[in-house]
Structure formats: C-alpha cells, structure tokens
Design a protein around this ligand. Sequence first.
Ligand code: ADP
Ligand code: MG
Length: 730
Amino acid sequence: MQGVGPGRAELLEKEIGIKTMGDMLNYYPYRYVDRTKFYRIAEITGNMPHVQLCGQIMSVEEFGEGHHKRIVGHFSDGSGFIDLVWFRGLKFVSKAYKVRTPYIIFGKPTVFNGSLQISHPDIEEAPTELYYNTLKPLSPTLPLNEEGDIPSYNPLSLPSPDRERGAGEEGKPSFRPHYHTTERMKKSFLVSSTIAKLMGNLFKLITQPLPETLPQPVVEEYHLMSYDEAIRNIHFPTSAEALRRAQARLKFEELFYVQLNILRYARNRKQKENGFVFSTVGNAFNTFYHHYLPFQLTGAQKRVVREIREDMRSGRQMNRLLQGDVGSGKTLVALLCALIAIDNGYQTVIMAPTEILAEQHLETLRNFVGDMSLRIELLTGSVKGKRRKEVLQGLIDGSVHILIGTHAVIEDGVQFRNLGFAIIDEQHRFGVAQRAKLWNKTTEQRGSFPHVLVMTATPIPRTLAMTLYGDLDVSVIDELPPGRKPIHTIHRFLAHLNDIYASMRRELSLGRQVYVVYPLIEETEKLDLQDLERGYAQMCDAFPEYKVSRVHGKLKSAEKDREMEAFASGRTQILVATTVIEVGVNVPNASVMIIMNAERFGLSQLHQLRGRVGRGADQSYCILVTKYEISATTRRRLQIMVDSTDGFEIAEEDLKLRGPGDLEGTQQSGMAFDLKIANIARDGQILTYARASAQRLIDTDPTESLPEYQIAWQRLNALRETNINWGAIS
Ligand code: ADP
Ligand code: MG
C-alpha cells in the first residue's frame, strides 16, 4: 500500500491491530471535524473541545534543557495569540514547521500559566485562499454534540432526497475524519492525518464496489445504505446526512450479527437440551404454602413463581434470569421453586457469592421451613472434616434436599444423586464456565440438564440484558413487599461530619443500627484500609456509649463472621465495613447507611449498598459522603441516587453516564463489548430493530439454506472465527 513501509506496517499491527486492507477499512474515525469550520483565536477558551484554527507561527522559542526541553510556537490568526507547544520530536518539529507560513492546526486548547496553548497539534499547510477566507467572519456551522460527533436523529429513518441534497448546497460542509492513534504512533508521526491519507490512498486502489455484508432483503427492509457506500462515507462523508446513514448502517450490521449469534445459539440449545419435567406440585410446596409461609406473597412474587413453574414442566431446560430490586423477596421465590423440585424427587443447589451470604441463606431457609422434614445443608470452604463428609454423603444418597454454598459446591468431588435445579444468587460473581460445571454433577444422568435460575439485584437495563443474556428468559419482581418506606437519601460533604454524627446519634438512641461503608479498590487497598481503620477509631471516639464492629476482606473468615454476627444479632450497633456487606446481608433493624467516598462507587453498587437498609418498617436513611471537590458528572450521579430509589432507572442512567463497559457484571457475562461503532447505551433503538431482524432471519431460514440469506450465515461463521469474544458465549 502506498505510504506504508515495513516500519509503519508494524506499528499499525502492533498498536491498533491493523493487518489487512479490510482491517484498515474497519478502523473508523472517532470524530469528524467540519473543515469549513474555523475558530478564531479570540473565541477560544480553555474548556473547549478540539478546535481547528488557521493562521501563522509568528515566532518560535525554546525553553528548558535535556528532558525538559520544549518548543513553543507563537501562533496567530490576527484575532489573538495561542501557543503551540511540543515536548517530543523536537528535531522534527524545528525542521518541519516554518515561521510566517499559513497553517491549519487542530487540537485541544488548554490554559497554562494564564495563556492559551495547544500541545502537539495536528498541523498542515493551508492553501493560501483558505487562509485569507478564514480571516472573514465565521460562517454558520453544523451543531456538534458533546463528543464532536455529528448529531444523530431518528437513527434509521429514511432521509428525504430533498434533505440530502439540501445539505450539500449552502456552505457544503466537508468532513475531515479523525482517527485514534497511540503515543508510539504519534512519536513516529503516524498521526490522524497520516491515517486519513493512507485511507484515501486505499480507496483509490479499490475500483470495484465492496461486496455487501448483509442479506439483500434486510438491506431493503430497513432502507440501509449499501456496505460500499457506508464504508466510503464513514471515512469521507459526502454530507452530514450521508454520514448519519453510514453510521446507522454500520451500527445496525454490528448489532445484527451479535444478535444473530445469540439467537441462533439460544435456538440450538433449546432444541438440544432437554430439561427434567417437574410435573407435580405436591406435599412439600403445599404444606409450606398453606401452613408455614409467614406472609402473603406479593403479586410479582406470585407471577414469577408461575413463570418458573411453567418452564419447569415444559420439558425444556429452564435458563431464567430473575431480576428483583434489593429487598424484593427473591429468596422466598427461590425456596418455593426448590420445593417444587423436591416434590418431583430432585435436589436443589443454591450458590451464593460469599460464605457470609451462604450462611445467611441457610439460616433464612431453615427458619422458613421450620419443622418440616426437609434437610438443608451448607457447603463452604469452612465446612471441613467429618461435617463435610456427612454433607457429601447426604448429597450422594439423596437425603439432602437443598444444598447452599459458595464456589465449593462446584468443586470436583461434589456429586449429587439427582440435581434438578440450580439457583445462582447474585450472578455477576459467577462466570459462564462455572455455571457449565454444574451440568455434570448428577450421578443419575438422564440426558437432561438441571433447570437454572440466576437471581440478581443488579438491575440490568433492557437493552443490555438483550445483548448479554439473549439466551436467558427474564423474569422481573417489580414490586416490594408492602409496608416498606422509601429510603431517604442525602448527599453530604465530609466537612459536615457533625451533622452526620447527629443523624446517627438520633437513630442509635431509637435503638436502630448504622452501617458505615468505605470503598475498597485493589490498587489503593492499603490506603483504603487505613481510611477504614481511621473511620473505625473515629466512630469509637464519637460514640463511646455504643459498640462498633469492623469487617473487611483482609480479616480471617472466622473473625469476619464473628464481627458480622455481633452486628446482625444487635450486640454491636455500628458496623464499619468495606463492600463485603454489599450483597444480600439482612439486618432489618439497621436504618442508616453511611457511604464514605461515595464518588468512588458505581451507581448500581451504591444502590445495592443502600438496599441494606429500609428492610424493616421504619424510615431509613442513606447518607452519601464525599469531599467538597467533585466533578460535575459525580455530582449528577449522586443526584440520581438522591432523586430515585428505582434500581432500573438508576441502572439506565448509569449506563448512559458511564457506558456499558463499566457496568457491573458485564465482564464475566461471556459477551464482551468490543463493538466498534454501536453503543449499547445510545443505540437502543437500532438494537431493537437489529434483534427483530435477526429473529426473523432465524425463523425464515431455520435450515440456513436459502440462497438470499447465505451472506448472513457465512459472515456470522467468519466473525465467530475471527472474534474470540463471540465464541465465549457458546
Ligand atoms: P432480596 O430480593 O434482596 O434477596 P430478600 O429475599 O432478602 O430480598 O427479602 C427481603 C426481606 O423481605 C426478607 O426479610 C423477607 O423475609 C421479606 N419478604 C419477602 N417476601 C415478602 C412478602 N411477600 N411480604 C413481606 N415480606 C417479605
Ligand atoms: Mg438476596
């Protein structure tokens, strides 16, 4: 390829994974700049995004010595001055750029020591007539959104031919693509504009239209731009409208194949994998339901139990995700379904993410079933020796009805007589591979698989759930048990510690208990633990009349349990802890949750933590504590917590603010997000279309043999080979 010698080829491959021309074509710009839009230096401030300027370097100065050397070019367009600053590649810079020559520069302005500067700008010579033109008043320009993208309208709506033409007429914008490059590439002057040039050369070589990558019926149905046109326009848009359509087309395609992959996998699995048939609801369920159930089920609990019951008797293996906000009563639903398994002669296993939680489940379930003749056992790392042998024996001979445990339950050596039902609580701590281990745990293999219920309080927004768990059915408990008061949430600065103590004292004097939570992040673990120890000492000082417990991940598990137990039983009134208490712990008498350094938690995590209180009938409080200096985004995130107690709403907002990559639970889901252009948070509408279209293809061409759809199957198989992450889900 023209302009690519061995050195550049190596950089392209090593730094951004470009090996072939095809890879190159699929390296999309991250931003477009309207080349007709030039800012004047007089308009520039330190908090603008990247800007394009046209002017001349009036004089050059060098500062510093050795490693600290830098070159500063004083750049002017007649309306003011801005400093262009280089720290690296100084030899090249001093040779390449000349004083009093018209240049176009592009970069992010900042303010340093009171003067405006742009460091390491993109720079190129300006045609003389352009240079004089830009000195005129500014022309109206396309509105760019925050990221500098072209704003997108209704993503797939067909543009009218008029509009398309219209964009080209008055002051036709001309888009310059900007490509991400790495530091190493920049050092070798393989910068965005170089890539744009290479891309231009590449298109000159491509004389035939690029072959279509979606089936023609799909292209037609959604009035999509052709692949050829889309690829050309994604790099060198001929108009704003063409760019928008190119983006929509490529996003659609990406999501279409993700969905096709998931849906085909789900269909194959459903056809292949039989489930045990739980045909009866018998003694265990009915006895419990009519004589032991301490309260009325909520409407949502009833509905979900019915949905699960339908799955269990269908003959197909159930794979169901149960979403329910913290405190919505998932444990009880799990128990009711386990009772159905028992009525049909099958064992149930419940997996929890931590020992504390497993033990709490054990206690809860044993309390629920009281003196019913059911054997419920615990298996964790701490269950050892004789006890362990007894439990393992009970699993093999079938006398254990329900096993509750941690990872320990999927270890080799744990065998069931007839495991029919697996419940995974708080799924995001369990990976897909671990789940699969369960399949081989039954000695009486009958060519069927245990039903699986994955429970989570991390609300996963619909769009994301569709992508992550396209093969899972989803049930939602969208109703809390009656009598719960919404938790009152406030945001306080650290400086207001006295107010916070006053709130604590008031609740403590009413006989309530208080959680104080500190973040614990691996990289800063030492500092975090210091924070926690200091916090513990402060609490002991401030509240001498009360007892304080302390729990963190570095404690031995026996010690941790002792501290937790002291708090749960009410012997201590304040619990200072890291996020080990995040999932599932239930102390209904606790009414205050104080979260220190709240800015360091994700929203979903804050919501989880907050859910530890508000479990009794009393008014509960959550106090989010931060230092005074926090960013506008952090402020907005905390405000969402203050305003809303709805986990789904919070998750949606979180997704919008942070993007899907950070969302808890997505890493291990087996469906990584290496989408190039689509964005799960923003392209929900396109995702819906893509999924519907993929489903229709699966229904229309179940044998994968219709000629007009061959493109899709071939491409899907090719993608599965080249993209490891795709394979992970199946
Ligand atoms: P989560 O969904 O967070 O796991 P839990 O199962 O721990 O919630 O339930 C929270 C609390 O609500 C428990 O104390 C449980 O006994 C109680 N609970 C569950 N269902 C009901 C109901 N239908 N009516 C009243 N209380 C309920
Ligand atoms: Mg729970």
